[in-house]
Ligand binder design. Structure first.
Ligand code: UD1
Ligand code: MG
Length: 434
């Protein structure tokens, strides 16, 4: 079995990803909040300290994205005009360890355990194979007496080979010295005029080397080539994430309707009702998120949200109740009740305060954002507008329908209303007698 010092990993991510029909590079499309390539890098980092990513199409953008999240990743630029294809991608790649594991950047579902299984044993090459009912699109693996003989790409298959249902899943673990000897010998004499990495298999077999097929689960080795594949991979990943959290004690009502980012964390006892979406690196502790609510990149503790509540990024809710149609953004609420229909943005609100229905923090003047600060035990009457920047001290009562554009001191009542008047019998004058 390998340890991180005997194994190098090369991730191929230079392809254009034409089938995605997108200006975003294929490997930067996200699954459960994290780009496909980062899922692959994370799995690779668990088994190796020498990781190289091969880039070409939109290389600068992808490299920048990787460097903003990871240190110690090596990059290799493929000369894809002269040497297109997965074999071309490996030309000039130098790895530090005895064994090199090569994987595609479009496989977000692989796990550390499967990668380790592929690096075990003493074969010169281990390669991943899957049995598929519909093998179309994949390279066919020709196996004879439990030994791999060669991989034939679909476009190069004869009729008999096309019927083969054993296909190349696209991950290989190769003795590094062999790999370095074979790559320069690859040719592009095939239907796509590309340099195929898969041709190293036949080279090894012809030299009498041992090539071991490792049978793997289709689910983990699905390559994502289109938006359809992306959606299918997302479903699998979501199921894994939900299963893991339910095992850890999170209650979910109708789990298939719940979306959870792979970076989200739950602590204590949490309940998620149907249609809930937990996004970003949210941390949720001992809280109840009711039906169809959205929590984005926020921290909740001993609180409840919804149904149909929305907590936007950088909010912190502690001991707080957020009801239906309440939107909170970049605000800190501690011991607060906001039961219905409100917008709370760039605010901090302290213990015992109640936010009535229809309350709005007017945090934006068209140019800049401003803060609303509300102290303890403040009763904000319904339909109040708090024009920020504004500070409300402790123990304040704000009358319903007020526009608050000046600070209010401790213990005061604030009221701003046009005086109400009534006109006798106006109804009958206007509509006539009935
Ligand atoms: C490849 C395999 C095929 C296998 C399938 C599994 C070859 C020749 N074929 O086909 O046998 O069944 O994966 O998913 O290897 N890439 C580069 N540079 C290039 C071309 C591709 O880095 O010039 C990268 C892509 O970014 C991608 C990976 O290599 O991450 C695979 O490329 P893709 O075009 O998806 O290969 P497949 O046609 O799927
Ligand atoms: Mg592919």
């Amino acid at each position: 079995m390998s340890n991180t010092n005997s194994l190098s990993v090369v991730i191929l991510a230079a392809g254009q990803g034409t089938r995605m029909k997108s200006t975003t590079p294929k490997v930067l499309h996200k699954i459960s909040g994290k780009s496909m390539l980062f899922h692959a890098i994370d799995a690779a980092q668990e088994i190796s300290n020498d990781i190289t990513v091969v880039l070409y199409h939109q290389a600068e953008r992808i490299q920048k994205e990787i460097e903003s999240h990871y240190e110690n990743i090596h990059f290799h630029m493929q000369d894809a005009t002269q040497f297109p294809g997965t074999g071309g991608a490996m030309k000039g790649v130098k790895t530090q360890n005895e064994q090199t594991l090569i994987l595609n950047g479009d496989m977000p579902l692989i796990t550390k355990d499967s990668l380790l299984a592929l690096t075990s044993g003493n074969a010169d090459i281990n390669m991943s194979v899957i049995q598929l009912d519909d093998p179309s699109g994949y390279g066919r693996v020709i196996i004879d007496e439990a030994q791999v003989k060669e991989i034939v790409e679909q476009k190069d298959c004869n009729e008999a080979q096309l019927l083969t249902k054993t296909v190349n899943a696209g991950i290989y673990s190769v003795n590094t010295a062999l790999l370095e000897r074979y790559i320069p010998q690859l040719s592009n004499d095939n239907a796509q005029a590309e340099y195929y990495l898969t041709d190293i298999i036949k080279m090894a077999v012809d030299e009498g080397k041992v090539v071991n097929p490792i049978y793997v689960q289709e689910e983990e080795f699905k390559g994502v080539n289109s938006k359809l594949d992306l959606a299918a991979a997302e479903e699998i990943m979501q199921k894994r994430i939900r299963t893991e959290w339910m095992k850890n004690g999170v209650t979910m009502r109708l789990p298939e309707t719940i979306y959870i980012d792979c970076r989200a964390r739950f602590e204590g006892e949490c309940i998620l009702e149907n249609g809930v979406s937990i996004q970003g690196a949210s941390v949720i502790k001992d809280s109840h998120i009711k039906a169809n609510s959205v929590v984005e990149e926020s921290r909740l503790e001993n609180s409840d949200v919804g149904p149909m509540g929305r907590v936007r990024p950088n909010s912190v809710l502690v001991d707080t109740h957020i009801g239906n149609f309440v939107e909170v953004k970049k605000s800190t609420l501690s011991g607060v009740k906001a039961g219905h229909l409100a917008y709370i943005g760039d605010a901090s609100i302290d213990e015992g305060s109640n936010i009535g229905a229809g309350v709005i923090t007017c945090n934006y003047d068209g140019k800049n954002k401003y803060k609303t600060v509300i102290g303890k035990n403040v009763f904000v009457g319904s339909d109040t507008q708090l024009v920020a920047p504004v500070t409300i001290a402790d123990d304040v009562l704000i009358a319903a329908g007020s526009t608050i554009n000046k600070d209010v001191a401790q213990g005061e009542l604030a009221i701003s209303r046009a005086p109400m008047k009534t006109i006798k019998n106006f109804f009958y004058k206007f509509f006539g007698d009935k």
